[in-house]
Design a protein around this ligand. Structure first.
Ligand code: FBP
Length: 465
């Protein structure tokens, strides 16, 4: 690593706090059997060896812990601030049990396990990454672990390295992979513990044990700082409406938390849009109404927060996308020349979906009709919702002007905040939380609990700064 700045040195010297129960010898207390929130019978059938494991809580013990084992770790999915601290917490925990214990990191996500690409962590490497953002210590990836061949290749390297437990840090998809892998290894009697560690800035991994997933605190603070700066700029120049899209495809937690921190003029919540069955026109009319009301007071500026996944929550658009996916999946559709695709789509859509399609700005309509992902589906994530909304609001305001219900000026700026916050240096909350998660995993391994999730209730973690 290059020479460190004073800030990096100060940050590296921060000692994350551990909950009391993890500060000395620990005692594992088994609680009630867990069960899935829904589809219990089906899930139990799919996971006969790992379903229903008890909750494990750690309390202060008496005997000084000691155990010999090697551990592997994988970072999976989107980056979240604090990932390096899960690793340093696990490293410190594993080494405290026996300095000869080794921690291996598989490179670039689950693919590293399958392709046998890994490194062994050392004191010097870990020290360089303590309390830093990013996942760059070993990299991350989104390879799905679902084939027996992948599980076996993983087993091969795990046995070669003498690894007793594998910790997978990831979101809902990655934790599903972890469960499938744990079940396979348990069914085969391979004796490898698989431990899932919940991570995502999106904040959509929540249950009684996980009040928040790591990274959410830092990411929302980072975005809120940027939004606050924009709001100040907005109040200073008094000439733009800022349309700000925020990451979080299947949940609006980030947008809502940032709204609570920054008090924008408008914050859309995808779940509310879905629950109330709002159309795109309802949303556009709502925003235009707020713009007009502010303009009436001479305020031709403001901020609008938009969750990344909004478009997929609008019931009418959801239906349109579903029909587009079906329409464009046929062999006939695939043979249509690109320049004729839009007309082909229009000729095949149901009247209701055609009306929605025709109401979209031309560039968005063609993006929906032309761009496919590798599975042949519409690439919704590529749609620039912030631009789509501001364009449609502009159109609506022009109509209102003609009708004499709006007299202001409307000029928009667009932003998408996501990657800016996913690798920020973790807040003290995330630094403590993540270090505790990693340390907790080492104790879980020491007491040999196969396939358990590594979780810490925030109530037992130190207070946030
Ligand atoms: P995870 O669910 O893996 O934590 O990732 C979430 C996320 O940060 C979303 O907010 C965003 O939609 C997505 O990742 C972007 O993914 P990519 O990094 O592949 O562009």
């Amino acid at each position: 690593m290059a020479e460190k700045s004073n800030l990096q040195i100060a940050r590296a010297s921060y000692q994350p706090k551990l909950p009391k129960a993890l500060q000395g010898p620990v005692k594992a207390i088994e609680g009630a059997a867990t069960q899935s929130v829904g589809n219990q019978a089906e899930i139990k059938e799919l996971f006969p060896n790992t379903y229903g494991m008890p909750v494990v809580e750690f309390a202060q013990g008496t005997a000084a812990p000691s155990a010999k084992f090697n551990v592997g770790i994988i970072l999976s999915g989107g980056q979240a601030p604090g990932g390096h601290n899960v690793i340093s917490g696990l490293y410190d925990g594993v080494k405290a049990l026996d300095p000869a214990n080794k921690l291996y990191g598989f490179l670039m996500g689950p693919g590293g396990l399958v392709d046998h690409k890994y490194i062994e962590f050392t004191d010097a490497l870990i020290d360089d990454y303590r309390n830093t953002g990013g996942f760059d210590i070993i990299g991350s990836g989104r390879t799905k672990l679902e084939e027996v061949d992948q599980f076996e290749k993983g087993y091969e390297i795990l046995t070669e390295l003498g690894i007793k437990a594998l910790v997978i840090i990831g979101g809902d998809d990655s934790n599903t992979n972890a469960c499938v892998l744990a079940e396979y290894y348990a069914a085969k009697g391979y004796g490898i513990q698989v431990i899932g560690c919940p991570k995502t800035i999106d904040g959509d991994l929540k249950n009684d044990q996980i009040e928040t997933s790591f990274g959410f605190d830092t990411a929302t603070k980072t975005y809120s700082e940027l939004i606050g700066n924009i709001e100040r700029d907005c109040n200073s120049a008094r000439k733009y409406w800022h349309f700000i899209k925020l990451m979080g495809r299947s949940a609006s937690h980030i947008a809502l938390e940032c709204a609570l921190q920054t008090q924008p003029n408008i914050c859309l919540v995808s779940e509310e849009v879905e629950a109330k069955g709002h159309s795109l026109d309802d949303i556009v009319s709502y925003i235009a109404g707020v713009v007009a009301a502010r303009a009436a007071k001479g305020n031709n500026f403001g901020t609008v927060l938009i969750p990344e996944g909004l478009i997929e929550f609008i019931p009418a658009i959801k239906k349109l996308i579903a029909e587009l996916n079906d329409t464009l999946a046929t062999e006939e559709a695939k043979s249509v020349a690109r320049e004729d695709q839009i007309e082909y789509v229009k000729a095949h859509l149901s009247p209701a979906n055609l009306a929605v399609f025709n109401s979209l700005p031309a560039d968005v309509a063609s993006q929906l009709a032309l761009d496919r992902d590798p599975h042949g589906n519409v690439q919704v994530s590529l749609i620039e919702t912030e631009k789509l909304l501001s364009k449609m609001v502009g159109r609506k305001l022009a109509e209102m002007k003609k009708a004499g219900t709006y007299t202001g000026k409307f000029s928009a700026q667009h932003h998408f905040f996501g990657y800016e916050g996913r690798c920020a240096a973790p807040s003290n909350f995330d630094a403590d939380y993540c270090y505790s998660l990693g340390y907790n995993a080492s104790r879980l391994i020491a007491c040999g609990k196969t396939g358990y999730m590594s979780v810490i209730k925030n109530t037992t973690a130190p207070a946030a700064e």
